[in-house]
Design a protein around this ligand. Structure first.
Ligand code: MG
Length: 248
């Protein structure tokens, strides 16, 4: 069942989402060659707790950190550690927060120093594909209008969308119904209603959409070793448009 939120509940989700988005800004400020992914994680966790929230990913199904840090061919769920970022890398940062019982969730892919034109284009296409999806998140539309808009935009630009991981509803749980695929035909699935809160999150690969999980049980990488990017915002359907809940 998809839970439509009241105005009061949306305010709590906005609070959680804002802290998550601000944590993203803080992380982006320190991303540079030479920094470790553990340092990025520590900064985000400090920022989140200082603002009265808790890092929602920490301990989630046993995940050991506050941020997922996924570098280059890593798609999602990379574990922060002593990996040192180097010039030309790209890093996807996914962060969740919980405050007053409500969740925020957002992801960004960030360049490390100067990156290749291909990497830059991948980041831009992925970011824009999220915007294309959000533009279809409106009352009276249907869920897979979002999915189809994302896939179409990505494939027109020569990239692929990951199938094995999808977006989700968000609220008093980090993952609520519905699941939101980033692919598929339009005009299917539930009709969208005011007050539905969704975390839309395209994962876009330069090569094949196929992925595999490393032996650590978490890190998802592209099967062909090519680059991947990830953008995510939590939104609420507000009539003809969607309001983004994860802006700083
Ligand atoms: Mg998410």
């Amino acid at each position: 069942m998809i839970i439509c939120k009241s105005q009061r509940e949306i305010e709590f989700l906005l609070k959680a989402g804002t802290i998550a988005a601000q944590a993203q800004e803080k992380m982006a400020e320190i991303i540079a060659p030479g920094i470790t992914t553990a340092e990025i994680d520590r900064l985000a966790e400090e920022f989140i707790t200082r603002n009265g929230a808790r890092p929602a990913f920490k301990g989630y199904r046993g995940f050991p950190a506050s941020v997922c840090t996924s570098v280059n061919d890593e798609v999602v769920h990379g574990i922060p550690g002593n990996r040192i970022l180097k010039e030309g890398d790209i890093i996807s940062l996914d962060v969740g927060t919980i405050i007053d019982g409500f969740y925020g969730d957002c992801a960004r892919t960030v360049p490390v120093g100067n990156i290749s034109k291909e990497a830059q284009r991948l980041i831009e296409v992925t970011m824009q594909s999220l915007k294309e999806g959000i533009a279809r998140a409106r009352e009276g539309g249907r869920l897979t209008d979002i999915s189809h808009a994302i896939q179409s935009y990505v494939e027109e630009n020569g990239y692929s969308v990951v199938r094995d991981y999808v977006g989700h509803g968000i609220g008093r749980s980090m993952h609520e119904a519905p699941q939101i695929p980033n692919f598929g035909p339009p005009n299917r699935g539930p009709r969208l209603k005011k007050g539905m809160t969704l975390a839309i999150e395209p994962m876009v690969n330069c090569g094949t959409y196929k992925v595999k999980t490393l032996e650590d049980g978490w890190t998802v990488v592209t099967k062909d070793g090519k680059l991947s990017a990830h953008f995510e915002d939590s939104i609420v359907i507000d009539g003809d448009t969607a309001q983004i809940l994860t802006e700083p």
